[in-house]
Ligand binder design. Structure first.
Ligand code: UTP
Length: 402
């Protein structure tokens, strides 16, 4: 075994890897250990980097958007027609809360007919394609775990009517998971339990996949990044694009009014004077409940993971490191006897970077309010809040047959 790897295993007293010390180690496993970031114990014990000073940031609200609708729309449509806008579907997550063993987008949410999550998202994008009269380049980020099934699924369904020449797939990076004591987990005799590295690395992954040149060749200046699980969102929304371009900001974030001061969503704010996102657990109750003289919550605009980024600025920040977040997940692993365990409760930490931290790195950001009932139907869980059931109801209210 590589001497450095062996030393690390010893130093960190690894429960599942200790048996390889002084012995032959499968080469795939050795490679993974050589490539992994061994600073994870620092993340485990150090927590998240210190945040700056938070202040409220007002959003462009619905009434203002309504007044300037045509102006925004004209600019947005122009940008789309000029081929300056691409869309990025983040589909590399594992969707562990939903408990579906394939890519989340392959989940069938239909009752009276088949309606796959991917299908509904393509339908939403198609509406803008029809409105603008041009195909919008769509880049789909997958992970090593779901790349093949996702590509095959799209091919089998003829890209749900989208022009496949405008669709490109790319794969995100993977990171190992550790148990709550810091022991690196293995998923098989020759592999660590690797999982996707969060949704913050999407631009680096795109560049690594050689898609930076593709953006240049196509002349794409703006990227609309969106989550796989919000089936109601408008994608490449001309009004949002126009408003962001006219604001002069390098990024935009679609936001909804929180349903309560303590709703578990990140809220737009200023951090040390720059637009940023404060996580719900970082808000003190005083901040969470603070209102302006009209009674509007000062930290009351929650992000829905639909952002617009100026490519030029993305390239500038691509070299910067994003903060690492610790996320608790259910991760199957081989126990000391070599038996595969499938935990029913979170048993491991994953180390992820998150797209919301990119906002602070952009020079500025336009928070852009959208109507919750019309644009926010996330599918995180099988039942209850933010579930298949609640999304179906919202789709029906918006006239989509499920
Ligand atoms: P979530 O935060 O809901 O994570 O992702 P998840 O892994 O899909 O689901 P759970 O927490 O295990 O239930 C928000 C968006 O970011 C994407 C997801 O696919 C989703 O669109 N994502 C998340 C990635 O593309 N890669 C990741 O590593 C994580």
């Amino acid at each position: 075994m590589n001497a450095q790897v062996e030393q690390k295993i010893r130093q960190t007293n690894q429960r599942y890897l200790g048996k390889f010390v002084g012995k032959e180690i499968p080469s795939r496993l050795e490679q993974q250990l050589l490539q992994m970031d061994w600073s994870y114990p620092d993340y485990m014990h150090g927590g998240r980097q210190k945040r700056g000073m938070f202040e409220p940031l007002r959003a462009t609200e619905l009434s203002e958007i309504e007044n300037r609708r045509e102006e925004f729309r004209t600019v947005g449509i122009e940008a789309l027609r000029a081929g300056k806008v691409g869309a990025i579907l983040l589909a590399g997550g594992q969707g562990t809360r939903l408990g579906f063993d394939k890519a989340k987008g392959m989940y069938n949410i239909g009752i009276t007919k088949n309606l796959y999550i991917f299908e509904q998202l393509i339908e939403n994008l198609m509406q803008v394609k029809d409105e603008a009269g041009v195909w919008i380049p769509l880049y789909i980020m997958t992970s090593e775990k779901n790349d093949k099934q996702t590509r095959d699924f799209f091919a089998e369904h003829h890209y749900f009517g989208y022009n496949e020449d405008y669709i490109r797939f790319f794969v995100q990076e993977m990171v190992p998971a550790v148990d709550f004591e810091g022991n690196i987990l293995m998923e098989s005799q020759d592999s660590l339990a690797m999982s996707p590295n969060g949704n913050g690395g999407w631009f680096q992954s795109m560049l690594r996949a050689g898609l930076g040149e593709d953006l240049d060749e196509k002349g794409i200046e703006w990227l609309n990044v969106f989550a796989v699980d919000n089936v109601l969102q408008r994608i490449a929304d001309p009004i949002f694009i126009g408003a962001t371009i006219l604001s002069g900001c390098a990024s935009g974030a679609k936001v909804v009014r929180k349903i309560s001061p303590y709703e578990k969503v990140g809220a737009m704010c200023l951090e040390d004077g720059k637009p940023s996102i404060v996580e719900y657990y970082e808000l003190t109750s005083e901040m969470a409940e603070a209102t302006d003289d009209k009674g509007t919550l000062l930290y009351g605009f929650g992000v829905i993971l639909n952002y617009l980024f100026r490519v030029e600025q993305l390239r500038k920040i691509a070299v910067k490191k994003l903060p690492v977040h610790i996320v608790e997940k259910k991760v199957p692993y081989l126990d000391e006897a070599g038996c595969l365990q499938k935990p029913s409760e979170p048993n491991a930490y994953k180390f992820e970077t998150l797209i919301l931290d990119m906002i602070y790195m952009m020079d500025n950001c336009l928070p852009f309010e959208v109507e919750r009932e019309k644009e926010f139907a996330p599918i995180k869980n099988a039942v209850g809040t933010d579930s298949v059931e609640s999304a179906r109801e919202l789709l029906k209210i918006n006239g989509v047959m499920v």
